[in-house]
Design a protein around this ligand. Structure first.
Ligand code: COA
Length: 322
């Protein structure tokens, strides 16, 4: 059987950093409140000329270089994003053109904060079934463009950035299992109510903003991580100690701690970057992964667990040998 393994990783963060102290000057909030409730200290914000596509391009270039792959070997590009550059073409096609690749399938996956994991699951299945041999999976977001800077309940939570991996065909796993899920029941708890088909409020100049019932989302996120934990423990026949590193979606430190507890994993084996990056939605897992690999914490041969939860609700996990 053909397996998929991570051959390279890359990421990109905009230069501009917005700290909690900066936010104190923009709205009625405090560094102490944000850190206590979320663990976030700062976030990166895209410059005017930076887009989801431009950040995705940089992360993809770095991942391809890290994999030692040539561009003509890339035969699939999947990009998880909720903030595409244009209505169409897909941001994946925009990235493909700028990479200088022609012909291979390139498409976006929209699963909000689970977007990278959805793309990872898809690319893994493509490789397993012989549809691709080297796939670039990207998560990239410019959430600052859909942030309502007058709503302190959401504005303090999000950031921009991109991360990417190259998945390649291999005789050995690599990816051991993936699971993705959705339940549309809770649409209104976390959504952007405006859109192309529903329409925009022209009095707000076509703006679209994240709206969230924070408390209810928090409870659902914790309950969903319980399901993810059970699915994972089942996959491992109870051997949770086999996991060297848990790399969760980075939304809130308290959600990450609750998830680790449900899995029975100590925080020493959890990669947490929410303090530095805030919630970058589909970009958060590959961003955290890249940082932990560059810092030498995650090493080749380690067993990793990715897990995400996001609007939809969508959620999922992936277990792999790095
Ligand atoms: N600064 C200061 N005070 C704030 C604030 C801010 N940025 N945002 C909200 N508050 C206030 C509220 O107005 C409220 O005040 P009140 O009691 O006078 O009405 C109080 O803090 C408590 O608000 P609440 O919403 O109950 O806080 P919370 O403990 O639930 O924390 C979140 C709020 C958003 C941090 C938390 O609900 C959360 O993290 N939810 C999940 C978010 C998430 O991860 N979403 C993405 C999933 S992918």
């Amino acid at each position: 059987m053909t397996h998929a393994r991570i051959a390279g990783i890359g990421s990109y963060l905009p230069e501009k950093v917005l700290s909690n102290k900066d936010l104190e000057k923009m709205m009625d909030t405090s560094d102490e409140w944000i850190r206590e409730r979320t663990g976030i200290k700062r976030r990166h914000i895209a410059a005017d000329d930076e887009t989801t596509g431009s950040m995705a391009l940089e992360a993809a270039r770095r991942a391809i270089e890290d994999a030692g792959a040539s561009l003509d070997e890339i035969d699939l590009i999947v990009l998880g994003t909720a903030t595409p550059d244009k209505v169409f073409p897909s941001t994946a096609c925009i990235v493909q053109r700028q990479l200088g690749i022609k012909g291979c399938p390139a498409f976006d996956v929209h699963a909000a904060c689970s977007g990278f994991l959805y793309g990872f699951d898809l690319a893994n299945r493509y490789i397993q079934t012989g549809g691709a041999r080297k796939a670039v999976v990207i998560g990239s977001e410019t959430l600052s463009r859909i942030t309502n800077w007058e709503d302190r309940g959401t504005a303090v939570l999000f950031g921009d950035g991109a991360g990417a991996v190259v998945l390649e065909a291999s005789d050995e796993p690599g990816v051991m299992s993936t699971h993705i899920h959705a339940d549309g029941e809770y649409e209104e708890l976390l959504h952007v109510r405006q859109g192309v088909s529903i329409g925009y409020d022209i009095t707000r100049k076509g703006e679209a903003f994240i709206e969230m019932q924070g408390n209810a989302v928090f409870r659902r996120a914790v309950a969903t991580f319980d399901k993810i934990a059970r699915e994972t423990i089942e996959d491992l026949d109870g051997h949770i100690d086999d996991i060297d590193w848990f790399v969760p979606h980075q939304a809130n430190m308290r959600i990450i701690q609750a998830a680790a507890k449900k899995l029975g994993l100590p925080m020493e084996r959890v990669i947490a970057t929410v303090d530095e990056h805030a919630n970058t939605s589909g970009a958060s897992i590959p961003l955290a992964l890249d940082l932990a690999v560059k810092e030498g914490r995650i090493k080749r041969g380690d067993t990793l667990l990715f897990a995400a939860f996001g609007a939809g609700f969508t959620w999922g996990s992936a277990m792999l040998k790095y």
